[in-house]
Design a protein around this ligand. Sequence first.
Ligand code: 13P
Length: 254
Amino acid sequence: MARKRLIVGNWKMYVESPEEAHAFALALRRRVRGFKGLEVWLAPPHPLLPDVSHVLESSPVRVGAQTVSAHSDGAHTGEVSAKTLKKVGALFTLIGHSERRIAGDTNELVRAQLERALEAGLVPIFCIGERERETDGEHFELLEAQLTSALSTIPKNTLKKLVVAYEPVWAIGKHAADAMQPSELQEMVIFIRKILADMLDRAAALRVPILYGGAVEPQNAASLITEGGVGGLLVGHSSAELDQFLEIIKATQN
Ligand code: 13P
């Protein structure tokens, strides 16, 4: 059976108040009964996660976190562990999002976060992406380094749940017209799949869903999947607007 497409909403800091998050989750629960060939996940800011998860418990939407601590427990002020996230309702966590990397998360830190997520049983959505497109193809080397530095030392049998999200940083926060074109995306997916196959075995690499993120809006959502060859989408600003998020969900069911 074909794997379901995966649409993940990353609210970033767009949804700010508990009331707004609660109302969004209630409305989403009311308006979606089930999805055809699709899974929908949502990543609110940490403090809003328990309530959003609670509201969506009886819906097909699953909830997760935007980042996770690289430490498992102990004296780490301001950090939230994978175990705590799991206990408050997270199924997954984003790891290595470019906005976290820009804030200082290194490849080493990202690898430790991946290890903590896997230990706690969270599905890691491992984010990679180049800041700029280099004409000499340097972005391929950067993507390879991001993947290998995090994944090569992790026992292969623990990577069964891995999801990879390819988000070219230059497209993030823009509009559909500025997103990567599906034909270019197809090339990137083949490249990422090949790096994964070199690290895992071919069959395991084929099972890893590869998502695309960066200026996904209702207009380009379907073609990024069907023509771009990705297994789903990681949606930023459009996931924080209920109507737009629902349109993306509608456009990508199959
Ligand atoms: P936008 O959809 O706002 O471009 O954000 C993409 C993103 O960073 C999702 O993680």
